[in-house]
Write a protein that binds this ligand. Structure first.
Ligand SMILES: C[S@@+](CC[C@H](N)C(=O)[O-])C[C@H]1O[C@@H](n2cnc3c(N)ncnc32)[C@H](O)[C@@H]1O
Length: 203
């Protein structure tokens, strides 16, 4: 018999380290349903789709609302250097988990709303943003602040990658028009309903 050393699976790590991601999500959702906006983390299919247009040359890349890091992992699997990722997560427990899982990434425990005017990437512009935020359950004012703040850190041709459900736009049309943005469908996942979108400058 050959000796094979495999890294421990995520489930094995979860058993050793405490609750599974599903339990973490359920607990956080029970405590703040509108903020967490999901009872379970996103599927790997959605993670693959939403990150499918993000390339190494887009670094640095901010990720908003990474939760347990399912999109973060997909970005790293696409070849992005964790050092080039800034993970902006409001929930303290998710932020600690992200620090433990992605020790090389920069984890900020804060809201993605006041990003405007913050020094984020040492003066560099980001080439893309990825968002796991539940924009559909947020107030229009909050969505507007998040988009304005994030686009203030992006290169002119950069996209903000966001999921939505079914045919609904992740951001209402009047906000897109007001900020001069357009939303395009990237694709749909078969396993569950979410659809990935890219939001870009209309110019
Ligand atoms: C729908 S969950 C998605 C988590 C993860 N990206 C995924 O797909 O499994 C939304 C995440 O956004 C975080 N969040 C909610 N409001 C936020 C805000 N204003 N700024 C940053 N993170 C926020 C929540 O704590 C949660 O982790």
């Amino acid at each position: 018999m050959r000796n094979c050393l495999h890294p421990p699976s995520e489930q094995a790590i979860d058993k050793r380290a405490g609750p599974s991601d599903f339990e973490r999500f359920l607990r956080s959702w029970r405590a703040a349903p509108l903020r967490v906006a999901a009872v379970a983390r996103s599927s790997r299919a959605l993670a693959g789709l939403i990150t499918s247009q993000v390339e190494m040359h887009h670094s640095p890349v901010p990720e908003l609302g990474p939760g347990t890091g399912v999109f973060t992992r997909a970005l790293i699997e696409r070849g992005l250097d964790p050092v080039a990722l800034t993970l902006i997560e409001l929930h303290a427990k998710f932020a600690s988990l992200l620090r433990a899982r992605f020790s090389q990434a920069w984890v900020l425990q804060m809201s993605a709303a006041p990003l405007r005017g913050q020094q984020l990437f040492g003066g560099r512009w980001a080439g893309a943003a990825v968002s796991g935020l539940g924009l559909l359950s947020m107030s229009l004012h909050l969505v507007m602040s998040i988009l304005k703040g994030t686009f203030g850190h992006l290169r002119p041709d950069a996209a903000f990658h966001q999921f939505t459900f079914g045919p609904r736009r992740p951001v209402p049309r009047p906000i897109l028009d007001r900020l001069g943005l357009v939303a395009e469908r990237i694709g749909d996942t078969l396993s569950n309903l979410p659809r990935a979108m890219s939001i870009k400058s209309a110019a």
